[in-house]
Design a protein around this ligand. Structure first.
Ligand SMILES: Cc1cc2nc3c(=O)[nH]c(=O)nc-3n(C[C@H](O)[C@H](O)[C@H](O)COP(=O)(O)OP(=O)(O)OC[C@H]3O[C@@H](n4cnc5c(N)ncnc54)[C@H](O)[C@@H]3O)c2cc1C
Length: 148
């Protein structure tokens, strides 16, 4: 390993390697990533099944929006097919409190250009209407996200 560096990043998860990649592209000099285990051995490896951009804060939504563009172009940029498929991401809402939170989130996400829909779902089962708070179950669908 090189004994000197212009930038040292501790941790080879998605945050560390993405930061290193972009710094290197920007010409930040010798960028070194220190990883105590193996690359992506932390939370990153556990979160590969789905990508959502459905956050209640602007930063989270924008980070995911930029990330999704990267995944869409991943093969062109890195030469590897990441098997990224956009099936949509559905979150069930069972209570009025969750519905109020979802309404605020959807308003924020729409203001940031995310395709998201709040669906009313009057589900009926063999035992009659599935009643939760407010007598309905809603869901929050984001068609351009990916989930498996
Ligand atoms: C099941 C699951 C689902 C998730 N879903 C989503 C999602 O939909 N959207 C989303 O944005 N996020 C999601 N997350 C969260 C996301 O996975 C994490 O926020 C992200 O992976 C964190 O990346 P990281 O690089 O900061 O950390 P990590 O991936 O944990 O990487 C940290 C690395 O640092 C190394 N390290 C730590 N200390 C040292 C040290 N002293 N010296 C050297 N190396 C060190 C570790 O070994 C590790 O490899 C999910 C997480 C989980 C578990």
């Amino acid at each position: 390993m090189t004994p000197t560096a212009d930038v040292v990043i501790v941790g080879g998860g998605i945050m560390g390697v993405a930061t290193a990649y972009h710094l290197a592209r920007l010409g930040a000099g010798r960028v070194v990533v220190l990883e105590r285990n193996t690359v992506c051995s932390g939370s990153t490896a556990l979160a590969s099944g789905g990508i959502r951009h459905r956050y209640a804060n602007r930063l989270g939504v924008e980070l995911s929006t930029h990330s999704i563009v990267t995944y869409e172009r991943f093969e062109d940029e890195f030469g590897v097919d990441p098997n990224f498929r956009q099936h949509g991401y559905l979150i069930l809402i069972a209570t009025d409190e969750e519905l109020a939170i979802a309404r605020r989130g959807v308003a924020l996400q729409e203001s940031l250009g995310v395709a998201v829909q709040l669906l009313a779902w009057h589900a009926r089962t063999a035992h009659g209407p599935r009643r939760r708070s407010g007598g309905h179950v809603s869901s929050d669908l984001s068609p351009s996200s990916s989930a498996e």
